[in-house]
Design a protein around this ligand. Sequence first.
Ligand code: HEM
Length: 437
Amino acid sequence: MTSELLRRRRLVEKIYHKQDDTRGPGKWPLLGSKLEMMTWGKTTAVSAMNEAAHRYGDVVGLFTGDVPIILVSGLEAIKEVSSRDDFSGRPISIVQTDIDKGSHGLIMAQGEKWKEQRRFTLRNLKDLGFGKRSLEGIAHEEIEEVFEEIEKLSGGHKTGWKTPVLVQDILGAAGINVLWHIIAGKRYSHNDPYLKNLMDNVKKLLKVSEIDGGVVATFPLLCKWFPFLTKLGEALKLRDTLHEFIQEEIRKHRESLDPENPRDFIDIYITEVDQQKENKLSTFEDKQLVFLCVDLFMAGSDTTFNTLTFAILYMILYPEKQQKVQEELDRVVGKDRLPSLEDRPNLPYVEATLSEILRQSSVAPLSVPHATLYGEKDAELQGYFIPKNSALLLNLYKVHHDPKIWGDPQNFRPERFLDENGKFVKHEALIPFGLGD
Ligand code: HEM
């Protein structure tokens, strides 16, 4: 073991011993904390993490192989991590150091580059209608197509489906279409081979990254030398295909660009790239745009269609809640039009139900890993020592299912978000999107 690894191990072990000697499971060669965690009989990573929080507390030290991971589970500790600059880094993997030669896009970027790209992206996505009424026409077109497709596949009408239908892909196509409309100004029919190809690639890449994320972090050298053994090679191939797809779109946009009249996010971004050409410190370049678009797909597709699929599942499981939602929609919106964002303040029960769906489903249970900024400095959190190069997992699932906060977290109860007058009330512990500003 190198002296650097020994140093890291000693530092992380301090986290166990600072207040008592049970701040995390034991560490074994190669397997890290996995061996002890396997004896707990938990079948998913999230349930194992919750068990770790249950046994050891709000800040737990773990290892995947030799890599230190800090599991942060309490609301206060999560707030602190999310608001501190020194925890705004992302774990740096072999992909960034050896393959990409830098951290691009938004999800893995850090420091000033991350701040500038994030500010620019959020501002322009909002200006293009993200979360606003101006995008409603597109969302409505998508919903109509979702209904048509379900009716076609189920061989029935809106109210009487004859055959079960797998809704995930249909909702996925709708979500990707809305995102692609903002990014590239286009919308496709759900059967269009172009859209199917884009969706297939995003889905496959999500799947491979999900399976292999842990392996890449645990055995970085194995991934570097034998990428085909760890599926990293497959993930990179899929990513290249997506990159080519987006590069082609950027090329087409450049051919017809009118900087005075940007049509979509790609137009706005490439205009900025051109304007900053002479600025040597500029973080705007075509390559960064390509990574950024892939990040938007990766972060925005799975989360959205999994949440929508859970929404349907909960409405099936709790027909009495479904009925209340339907009654409110019929009363406020009526049956002749689709709901609009303008109706939102008048739909407290629908709003409360959506909040309860986000809480119960917690589709990003451990958020996106944070890290000490650039892995450069040791830090302290809630009295615990956090060594540099630690990844921090924010246990949003635990916050959303904490009996001390919710009383009966296991129950699906939208009413917890309503006051005695039936008015919707936000809850500070509902943090499905994390706590970034
Ligand atoms: C139900 C839907 C969604 C959920 C539950 C969700 C959840 C999250 C969470 C927990 C994070 C990590 C925050 C952190 O770093 O502390 C995140 C980051 C991110 N999400 Fe979402 N998200 C959703 C939808 C979307 C959509 C539709 C988009 C795309 C337009 C998107 C784009 C991103 C991006 C780019 C990041 C990285 C931000 C950064 O590093 O600053 N998300 N999301």
